[in-house]
Design a protein around this ligand. Structure first.
Ligand code: ADP
Ligand code: MG
Length: 708
């Protein structure tokens, strides 16, 4: 059975099934009732008609009105699936998987059959798949291989208001694809906010379809003074609502996993104290939700709260629009969000916590008014809301590092990236910075043309620094090890560090430490785990998350498959997977050849507090994160790091010691030794300096055009 036939017969089977579900013994009224109670259900016929009659459609609807879970099903039920797969993109992995699971449940199939999902390193679809949820990043990659996206009959770009880079790029790519396929491909763009005119203009003045949600008024409270410590203020507010307010669940917006875990732990402690003193206080069910949370934990937030209890969900931004939890009456909003941003002044990417926009604040408070009249506690002043917050969220494309995106575009043959038809153009400067980065990584030549090496880099679904490291590791004879390390880097949570056993956990972790740094420490952990007889017991003994290790193994397997595919494409007989057999310097060299820009040098004692480093690129002060195996280690003068995270200081995460000479050897386009004569003899006087002049506009302009 080829793909088309399999999907079509799966669809016919589904049609019969659906009838049985409606009238037969298998009927499941509760799911049907739920589906029919959603606001979008009233609009079903109009919506389907509009899709049939138009190639482009913008849908604007209140969050929770059923756009994501229902529209795909309506279109499948109306026969669009006969002509191709119906896809729906999500900016976040958690949203893609959680929504796909829900829809599979509604349809009554196993996930991966008629309804499936694809996120990076995880493809849960089959040739029977009719409805496919996926991250926007994955669809962007598919567009690289098949620009017409021939597999699909309808593509829904969901959560368009989030304006992720991948969605923005897809706007432009899909616009062209829809026009080329002349009615064969339909594009639906959905958004939770009302800047629909702009979308409609961009997509050939297409119709805008509005779905009004059922919303109830939400009363908003502000703080009188700015909050100094929003975490403890959050906890106080939760306890206060729980002990004093009528029933209804609570949703708290925090910025990330660490914050959420800390808050959960504190709340658990406080609640057991309180209920110890006063047993009449109702139980509070405390649930976290963030993207690295295992999926069975994620689904727990949707379980209805038992009578007499109250639920509090501590969430990242994911609960703002992409995931709707029923039964929320109270929202607590400290007003912050964590974003990945590129700072051209620092010359690097960094995760930063920043104030949300007014549009986001309104979305957040709106979450309290879906089931009945609600209350939102804003932990900031009214003045901050009115005068300090931006009105709308800045599109990601205008604030993030674009090298991956530009590499994709160049690999699609789009050479003149400055002229690319973005809905909102990125700043020219950030395009130039990306071009510069790709040039120093050897992905582009002096004229901005994609090199063969760049072509290979684009083959991997990962940031250019990583794909370069991976490809270089073949030359260094250590791809086997580098694949393991990259797999370990891609799973967020390896080490288990419960609060009450922090010391033991840290001691256990120290046993894996490699004196050269964290990349090799990861390799140690993985190798020891692979050798262990009983994975579960071993992980328990060593304070390691077993789930994360299994996930790393999975990612590793997939990376090997991609490498094999590249071998076949380039007609190499031998596999590219080679091991350095313990010669671990090779591994560090491979990472230097990709991450040389993320390099830092120990600061002279007089100009920094102890243990501080300065980046080689911009001389910015940075610190080794306390979780690193190189924390407070002496005699480590030069390092590279994986990421930079800004909290109270700029912290380097995943840090590894390097020999500064490697910078000159493996990144000759970027570094040179200032005193070349002294290089080998006088290590101490050796100065390594970046070579590329980012301020020479002529140089950069040439790169941007990709022409000779
Ligand atoms: P929209 O995309 O318009 O914001 P959705 O289609 O995501 O709306 O949500 C419609 C309904 O489906 C909501 O009431 C939501 O609570 C419910 N829902 C979504 N995902 C799940 C899930 N995993 N489990 C239970 N209910 C869910
Ligand atoms: Mg949605």
């Amino acid at each position: 059975l080829n793909g088309d036939q399999a999907r079509q017969s799966a669809y016919q089977e589904w049609q019969k099934q659906a009838k049985r579900q409606e009238y037969g013994p298998r009927s499941n009224m509760s799911i049907r009732e739920q589906r029919e109670s959603l606001p979008v259900f009233q609009k079903r016929a109009d919506l389907v008609k509009l899709v049939a009659e138009n190639d482009f459609l913008v849908v604007v609807g209140e969050t929770g009105s059923g756009k994501t879970t229902q529209i795909t099903q309506y279109l499948a039920e109306e026969g669009f699936a006969m002509k191709g797969v119906i896809a729906c993109t999500q900016p976040r992995r958690v949203a893609a998987t959680s929504v796909a699971r829900r829809v599979a449940q509604e349809v009554g199939c196993k996930i991966g059959e008629e309804v499936g999902y694809t996120i990076r390193f995880e493809d849960v679809t089959s040739n029977k798949t009719i409805i496919k949820y996926m991250t926007d990043g994955m669809l962007q990659r598919e567009a690289l291989v098949d620009p017409d996206l021939t597999k699909y009959s309808v593509i829904m770009l969901d959560e368009a208001h989030e304006r992720t880079i991948a969605t923005d790029v897809l706007f432009a790519l899909l616009r062209e694809a829809v026009i080329r396929r002349k009615g064969g491909l339909k594009l639906i763009v959905t958004s939770a906010t009302l800047d629909s005119a702009k979308f409609s203009n961009y997509f050939e003045q297409c119709p805008v379809f509005k779905i009004e949600g059922r919303t109830f008024p939400v009363k908003i409270f502000y703080t009188k003074e700015p909050e100094l410590d929003y975490i403890s203020s959050c906890i106080e507010t939760v306890i206060d609502v729980h002990t004093n307010n009528p029933p209804g669940d609570i949703l708290v917006f925090l910025t990330g996993k660490e914050e959420i875990d800390t808050c959960c732990e504190t709340l658990v402690d406080k609640m057991s104290l309180l209920r110890g003193e006063n047993p009449s206080i109702a139980e509070l069910i405390i649930l976290p939700i963030y993207s690295s949370l295992p999926s069975e934990m994620q689904t727990r937030i949707f379980e209805p709260t038992p009578a007499g209890k109250r639920k509090v969900v501590l969430a990242t931004n994911i609960a703002e629009t992409s995931v709707t939890i029923d039964g929320i009456y109270y929202v607590i909003d400290p007003g912050y969000v964590k974003v990945n941003a590129y700072d051209p002044k620092l010359g690097m990417d960094s995760l930063i916590v920043q104030p949300i926009s007014r549009a986001q604040a309104d979305q957040r408070s709106g979450r309290a008014g879906r089931t009945g009249p609600g209350i939102c506690y804003r932990l900031y002043t009214k003045n901050a809301y009115l005068n300090e917050m931006g009105s709308n969220t800045v599109p990601e494309i205008q604030r993030q590092n674009l090298s991956y995106t530009i590499l994709m575009l160049k690999a699609m043959g789009i050479d003149d990236v400055i002229e690319f038809n973005f809905m909102d153009k990125p700043k020219q400067n950030s395009i130039l910075t990306a071009l510069e980065e790709l040039y120093i990584l050897d992905a582009l030549d002096e004229n901005g043309k994609l090199t063969d090496f760049g072509q290979r880099m684009a083959f991997f679904p990962m940031e250019p620094l990583l794909s370069k490291t991976l490809i270089k590791s073949i030359e260094f004879g250590c791809s086997d090890e580098v694949i393991t390390i990259i797999a370990m880097l891609s799973v967020p949570d390896i080490f288990y560090r419960p609060r009450e056993k922090r010391d033991q956990a840290d001691k256990a972790k120290a046993r894996f430490h490699d004196y050269n740094g964290d990349h090799l420490t990861f390799l140690n952990v993985y190798n020891k785990w692979s050798d262990a007889e009983n994975s579960r017991v071993w992980c328990q003994d060593n304070y390691i998350h077993e789930k994360s290790m299994r996930r790393a193994k999975d990612v590793r397997k997939q990376l090997i498959q991609i490498m094999d595919k590249l071998d076949r494409k380039e007609r190499r007989p031998r596999s590219s997977i080679v091991s350095c057999m313990g010669n671990w310097d090779q591994i560090r060299k491979a990472f230097v050849s990709g991450f040389f820009k993320n390099s830092a040098k120990r600061a002279a004692v007089h100009d920094a507090e102890e243990g501080s480093y300065r980046t080689l690129v911009e001389n910015t002060p940075v610190h080794v994160h306390p979780s690193s195996s190189l924390f407070k280690k002496h005699g480590v003068d030069h390092v590279i790091y994986h990421t930079l995270v800004l909290t109270n200081k700029e912290y380097m995460h995943c840090v590894t010691k390097i020999d500064p000479k490697w910078l000159v050897t493996y990144a000759p386009r970027f570094f040179r030794s200032v005193e070349p004569g002294n290089m080998s003899s006088k290590k101490k006087n050796e100065k390594i300096q970046p070579l590329f002049n980012r301020n020479d506009p002529k140089e950069n302009w040439r790169l941007s055009k990709g022409r000779r």
